[in-house]
Design a protein around this ligand. Structure first.
Ligand code: AR6
Length: 191
């Protein structure tokens, strides 16, 4: 399935790319972190490996200050060796059955990441499919929430973000996001 790979929302571009987010240049890269901000596998492991130890050193300082980052929230560090200025460490929910507030928490962490990007005057931001790996969120549902939340954040128009890109690992996840973006881009979904 081809699907669309970008749409214009509120004067900004919402795009999809397939690949490794650590190789993708953007002002801000979003990490799928855990609330301990302790690093881990998946995209979190890749970001710390590629970005180098300065990112964890900064998270150590943040942890000393705030303890942990609640699910649905995010914190910002510099991006070390990554092709970016900031990493926004967003904490998505662990998926149980979808009735434990997971949709709201997933939407909250995308909204928060966009807010933090705007607070740092970022013009471009890249997102992974938060919660859709180790945290077990069904990908189609995670994609629908991700695309609609970021689209509505961009549509509000006061953001510095001119380009938001979902950088997706593997063709399968890309195609699922493409279907969600396609639905979002239709006039009826766009309001
Ligand atoms: N670039 C882009 N996407 C990636 C990359 C990459 N380099 N690597 C993996 N993905 P996950 P979660 C995709 O598991 O579900 C960690 O241990 C992956 O295929 O990284 O939010 C944290 O510390 C999937 O589609 O994040 C937390 O404890 C998506 O990124 C926990 O995992 C998200 O998968 C967070 O789990």
């Amino acid at each position: 399935m081809a699907g669309v790979s970008e749409i214009v929302v509120g004067g900004s571009v919402l795009a999809l790319a397939e690949g490794d987010i650590t190789r993708f240049t953007a002002d801000a890269i979003v990490n799928a972190a855990n609330s301990r901000l302790a690093g881990g596998g998946g995209v979190d492991g890749a970001i710390h490996r590629a970005g180098g130890p300065s990112i964890m050193a900064e998270l150590d300082r943040i942890r000393a200050e705030i303890g942990s980052c609640p699910t649905g929230d995010a914190v910002v560090t510099a991006a070390g060796d990554l092709p970016a200025r900031w990493v926004i460490h967003a904490v998505g929910p662990v998926y149980r059955d979808g009735k434990q507030g997971e949709p709201e928490l997933l939407a909250a962490c995308y909204r928060r990441a966009l807010e933090l990007a705007a607070a740092h005057s970022a013009r471009s931001i890249s997102f992974p499919a938060i919660s859709a790996g180790i945290y077990g969120y069904p990908v189609a549902e995670a994609a629908r929430i991700a695309v609609s939340t970021v689209a509505s954040g961009l549509r509000q128009g006061e953001s510095s973000v001119e380009r938001a890109t979902f950088v997706l690992f593997g063709r399968e996840v890309f195609d699922i996001f493409a279907a969600a973006l396609d639905r979002q881009g239709r006039p009826s979904a766009d309001g």
